[in-house]
Structures are given as C-alpha cells and as structure tokens.
Design a protein around this ligand. Structure first.
Ligand code: AMP
Length: 459
C-alpha cells in the first residue's frame, strides 16, 4: 500500500549478535569480536550481556565497541548465553539508558533483549502499559517488547515470546535470552536480516554473516521471516509464529547498509553491488578516462562498472581509517575540514582526466557535492556521477536512517536539478528494473525508500 502520507521520522540502525555455548569461557570475547564485525551497523553505543542461570552480567556504554570495552575486559563476561548489540540512533534519544542489550528479571528468571529495527505501534502499546502501571526506564521501543515478554512469562517462554511478537508491528530482528535459551526472531516480512551460525557445540545468531566469519562459525541459514528459533542444550528448534510470512528484505541493506562480505537471504552483497556497476554501464555508458568509487560502499560497483566498460578503475579517494564519526564537530567550518581529513582525492590519478565517480546512493546530496568539489580541486577535467540505485525519494520507517522527506534531495529536485546542485557534468541513477535484475528476483524486497510503497501499514 502507498504510505506517502505517513509522518516523517528518523530511525535506528543496529546490529545484533548472540551465542549459546555452555561451558565456554570465551563467550564474552567471541561476542565482542562479533560486535566489532558488525560495527558498521551502529557506532553510537555497544553492549554485551551474558547470562548464567538467574545471573546477568553485562557492560554497555556510548561509543564504538572498542571504546566501550577499553577498560572492561569482555573475557570477564562468562555464562552460557550471550547477547550483544551495537546501536546508532538518530532520533535524539542518544543516551546510555537506551543502549542495549536491555536486561530484566521476570518469572522465568533473567531476560535480555537486543533489537534491530523499528516498531511502529510501540507508542500505543507503551501508553496502554503505562495506564496499567508499568514503569519504563528508557524511551526505546525495544523496552516495550521486553515488558510484554516479561508480563507473559508465567505462560512459559514460548507463549511469552509469541504473544509479545504478535502484538507488535514493524521491523525486528531480535536476539533474546530467556529461560537460559538463546532465541532469535525475525519479523513476518524479514525486513532486517538475521542469520544462524554454528561452530562445534556453539550456536550463533547474527545480523550479518560477516560476523559469523569473524568468530570462525559456519553459516547455517537465515532466520526466515516470521520465524522464531529457540536454541538450548537440545539444539535448534524452530517455531513459526506467522504463517503469512512474506520475505520483504530491506533493499537498502544490499545497496548501502550491509558489509559487502555478507550474504543476506541468499544474495551475496559484494556480487550484487558489482552487478549494479555492470548494469549501470549498460544503462549509462559514459565517455570517461577513469572510474572512481566513493569509499567504501561505492567501490564494488565502481569495479563492476570498470570491468564491464573496460575503463580503468582508479583509487581516486583515500580514506583515513583512523578518524571516526565527524559530524559531532561544533562548527560547519571544522566539520568541512574533518570531511577533508577523512577522504582525500589522489591528484595524480584524476588530474586532467574525465572522471566517472560511482556511489551507492544519494540521500541529501552532501557526499556527492563534496566529492565532486574535491575531484575538481584535484584537477579533474570532467566529473560524471553514477549512482547504482534509483533515487531515494521516500523516508524509511523500518530502521534505516534515510531521513525526513524534505531532506531527501530526490524528493524535491529533478535529476537535472540534482546534477546542477552537486556540481557534476552529468548524473545518472541505475533504474529500479536494473537494480532488481542485478538482485536476481523482482519480488521479496522492501522498496519503500525508492518508491514509497511499504510492506506494513501504520494504521
Ligand atoms: P548524502 O551525503 O546525504 O547524499 O548520503 C549519501 C551518502 O551517504 C552515500 O555516500 C552513502 O554511501 C551514504 N549513506 C547512504 N545512506 C546512509 C545512511 N542511512 N546512513 C549513513 N550514510 C548513508
């Protein structure tokens, strides 16, 4: 259904990772490695909770995982079930109270939850629960879910989880520890990714398969849309809570968000991005001397374009990997300088050349504008832009930070106006058809940010 009239809202991006492994004194360290591998999914806070019987030991704080665990050894977190989370919120409630995992004690003992996604009816449920006297300690929608699971605990873990999940609407990839089990849940549309891994007797759940590689676990399979998997000493048991499930993976996971070395719902992210570069060449052959990718997410597509066209690929931008997030700088002038510090053009590769600059997407237009300026300052003769996705014209309500409608440049300008605004000689986007062909199937994706059609109604 068309949801163009929905209110605009900033959302959260997160990564979740969990382990079931009794008698494994490495559980805290392995979870930490998993979070490091998922760091691209959220840089604002990180946390790990480990459960042993009724005891939860955990540590979380604001910042990158390496910073959060700088003075706290993750190896000291021991138990049989672990849950980890990295978070990036953009909605203003950036505080340690909202950092995850969330921990509680209920009738079934310890309860830990980590959530990636966005619940669109959490406010209504929260208000009903508050009317009934429930107190909340955070403003996060995930606490609403936790409270509902805790309320249902006397019915047993399975019913408690199924009932809570049935009441919420939105996107969720959840990792829960309840009743000393590790539980993974994916919403009925599978909007956010979640996969299962195994190594010896240990089981893993992760937002992306790249984190399974980081801990040497074997990829078993993706959690299916609407599926609840329960892992304990008897192995993995699957409960499907919604028979009408319908895979609708977020297309932006493939375009930008996921790491290229991950495989999500059977699609290899690197391969897809490279194919998008090839497809863009077929749709948009540019007369250029070099193809340059915007680090990091534009690079596989730039290589794909280069291979298809025969135009040499050049590493036209060097990324300084030692500076973190830059937009916290207090003044615009310092912010601009910080961007220059982070990405710099290689003069010898672009000077006097016709450059085709490839990026995965344009959201506000800020990155493209800066990159064009940098290439011109470095002496590029012409700068053409190729974007390997269709225009981002609509906001995301399900967990990707594609912001307010009025901030989306494609919502207010034509392609020619965008090209003009970012100062490029030409601009071309990959068509939706081209993207879907590269993805290998026409159905099974949430394309809301590209066409305003969302899988879930908020009414
Ligand atoms: P913008 O600069 O606002 O046009 O955003 C586009 C650039 O940011 C591209 O280089 C993307 O790789 C990257 N990007 C796209 N979507 C997001 C997002 N949700 N959060 C952070 N960066 C993004």
């Amino acid at each position: 259904m068309n949801q163009r009239e929905l209110p605009d809202k900033m959302e959260e991006e997160c990564g979740v990772f969990g382990i079931f492994s009794p008698d494994n004194d490495q559980i805290g360290s392995l979870t930490y490695l998993g979070l490091l591998a998922l760091q691209h999914r959220g840089q604002e806070s990180a946390g790990i909770s480990v459960v042993q019987g009724d005891t939860i030991t955990g540590h979380k704080d604001m910042g990158l995982a390496a910073w959060v665990f700088k003075d706290y050894d993750p190896a000291s977190l021991t138990g049989s079930v672990s849950v980890g989370h990295v978070r990036y919120s953009t909605s203003g409630d950036s505080c340690v109270e909202n950092a995850q995992p969330l921990e509680a004690h209920c009738k079934l003992g310890s309860l830990v939850i980590a959530h990636n996604g966005n619940l669109i009816n959490a406010d209504i449920i929260r208000s009903l629960l508050e009317d009934g006297g429930v107190l909340f300690q955070t403003s996060s929608d995930s606490e609403v879910l936790m409270s509902m699971i805790a309320r249902g605990a006397s019915k047993g873990f399975e019913k408690a989880v199924v009932d809570a999940i049935s009441a919420v609407k939105g996107s969720y990839a959840l990792i829960i520890s309840l009743d000393n089990k590790l539980i993974g849940v994916r919403d009925p549309y599978g909007i956010r990714p979640l996969c299962i891994g195994k190594s010896g007797d240990s089981w893993f759940l992760s937002s992306e398969s790249c984190a399974l590689d980081a801990v040497d676990a074997e990829f078993v399979r993706d959690v299916e849309p609407g599926e609840i998997v329960v892992i304990d000493e008897n192995g993995l048991n699957s409960i499907s809570h919604d028979k009408n499930n319908n895979l609708t993976t977020c297309v932006f996971e493939y375009i930008y968000f996921a790491r290229p070395d991950s495989v999500i719902d059977g699609i290899d992210v690197y391969d897809l991005r490279s194919k998008c570069g090839e497809a863009l060449y077929k749709e948009y052959p540019v007369d250029a001397d070099v193809v340059v990718g915007v680090p990091d997410s534009g690079i596989p597509a730039a290589l794909g374009y280069s291979q298809a066209s025969g135009i040499p690929y050049a590493q036209g931008f060097i990324k300084n990997r030692y500076v973190g997030r830059t937009f916290i700088s207090p003044t615009q002038e310092i912010r601009e300088k910080a961007v220059s510090l982070k990405l710099n053009a290689v003069r010898s590769l672009v000077k006097d050349k016709k450059v085709l600059l490839i990026d995965d997407s344009i959201v506000r237009g800020t990155t493209s504008r800066r990159m064009v300026r940098k290439l011109r300052q470095a002496g590029a003769k012409e700068v053409h832009i190729g974007i390997v996705s269709p225009p981002v014209s609509d906001p995301c309500y399900f967990g990707i930070d594609t912001p307010n409608r009025e901030d989306l440049i494609a919502n207010k300008m034509s392609n020619a106006e965008i090209c003009d605004s970012i100062g490029a000689d030409s601009l071309q986007y990959l068509s939706l058809e081209g993207l879907l062909t590269a993805l290998g199937r026409k159905d099974g994706f949430c394309l809301g940010c590209l066409n305003g059609i969302y899988p879930i109604s908020t009414r």
